[in-house]
Design a binder for this molecule. Sequence first.
Ligand code: NAP
Length: 257
Amino acid sequence: MHNAAFAALGLDYVYVPLPVKAERVGEAVRGLAALGFRGANVTIPHKGAVIPFLDEVSGDARLVEAVNTIVVDGGALRGHNTDVEGVRAALVEVAGESIAGEPALVLGAGGAGRAAALALARLGCPLTIVNRTPAAAERLAALITAGVPDAACDWLPLSALTGRHVAGRRVVVNATSLGMAGEGKVPALLADNVTAGQVVFDAVYASGTTDFLVAAQARGATVVDGVTMLLWQAAGAFTLWTGLPAPLEVMRDAVKG
Ligand code: NAP
């Protein structure tokens, strides 16, 4: 996506994947400036771990305790979170502004869950956060309540989730790693209780639609895939690094191609 965008705009940048071991995150981040990098994306599982090594962290990144984009500005390392805008833009692109203010359920309280919760709370959606580890759901609900004026946010352990919780929310989000290759599956309880008229978003990006979205679509829901979020978070990162509007359709063709 990024290399297609750089080529389309004639920019002399290249985007490369660099696996980093957890114990060497600090060295990797501090090395970006020395190596002449303009920036980096940070992905699972390092989005929180990079924060102590940055010189500045944006308000959204601080609120969700996750950085997915680093910009090297002179010698300074600045952390941002474009996943929040990625969720908002993907939902609005597919489902329209009518989701604003509608009740939403977010499964997951990691980096993607926090981004989804913040985006939905800012859209005025009353939120229920559901997570396997209850303490993380409780903590995220507290972060959202403290960080977004007038937010309505409660939480549930995954073990207490029922079909009624799912059916009663207009927007249903999977923001766990369930559904990724090699991970478990999204609990059938979710897809089995989806009805037409609901908007179902899966942050997991797979080659093709995830099983969860296939099932939700079969039940008549409007589905939003993780690739659309990936595109929008990338567009935000592109602009942070280059100062230019992202060539969205070039990037969409590259990522969906
Ligand atoms: P993370 O911070 O590691 O969080 C993982 C989440 O999944 C936690 O809520 C965790 O619950 C839950 N989980 C993991 N295994 C589970 C299981 N067996 N049963 C129930 N819950 C389980 O990861 P992340 O960064 O949020 O990423 C989550 C997914 O979103 C990944 O697939 C990632 O690729 C995707 N993502 C997509 C985009 C995009 O642009 N489309 C952006 C960011 C992330 P516990 O708290 O109980 O461990």
